[in-house]
Ligand binder design. Sequence first.
Ligand SMILES: [Fe+2]
Length: 343
Amino acid sequence: MQWMVDFCTPEVDLIIKSRTEGIVREVAEAIFSRTEVRGGLHYNELFTSQPPTRRHKPISDGGVKLTFLGHASFMLETRSINILIDPVIPVRGEHYADDVISYSELPETINYICITHNHHDHFNLETLLQLRHKADKLILPVNNGGTIIDPSMKLIAQQLGFKVIEVGDIEEVEVSDGKIKAIPFLGEHGDLNIRSKTVWYIELMGKKFLFGADANNSDPVMYRHVHKLVGDVDVLAIGMECVGAPYTWIYGALNTEPVSKDISHSRRLNGSNAEQAYHMVETFNARQVFLYAMGLEPWYKYFMGLDYKDNSEQIIESDKMIKLCSDKGVACQRLVGKNVTFY
Ligand SMILES: [Fe+2]
């Protein structure tokens, strides 16, 4: 079914909200009858009279709850604030309850959504549009203005009706129970001059979290300088898709002439390998390490174009990383699907 409406019409939010809050049948009928619908499916087939069985459970103690939502998405919650990082919410049936967090399990209001960079598995408009009615603010890294290769996420998000805070490297946003700071993100963008990327440092209730996403720690000296600013961290989450697609996979359409395979295959969209990721663990004296953003969940297969085998380099490198950490007594886990920890 194709619903021919502008993303910004209020009816879009009403229909999206009905996922968790329900909608009166006559209201839904009125909305669809005054807008154009194409395709073989009738809108009635999108609705059910059964409310979602899974609901958000507010945090009951005074700590911080960290929920992994799959692939590159995390949620941080205290009693007074919640923050989503790179949300991508897959829609699966109720029988996948052990594997995914559904829309109905998210809090009624999302205070902040932090985006690390604009790749489709991190800045995911399909998900963001469905969170718009409950999101207070997006926090986005500033782009390298004036180039089509690095568009402004701020302008895109504002066009879609979001309130935006845009930050550059080392800038900080004070929030209830702590702060959010933008930390430099190296590499992973095919050596292109793209600046709209950030590692998020989030401090809540005195606990410190670093969300590295696809950062490729190609220059460990840089994070040693950052350590002087933020100190040791309790949790380091670092992406280990260390092979990466050739840069032309995302940016090829912007080339003005064809490039040889030698060039496109040597400039990649790759995150950290074991050595690079372990440098971050040592630099920040991380107590808990999570390896993520590898597209390991089967429902990401077609979204990411990845299909892992036991001998895939990403698996070998992340196994190596787990061993490096365990040899030093650091807890390290490769995350898949859904995971909840308390701090
Ligand atoms: Fe990426």
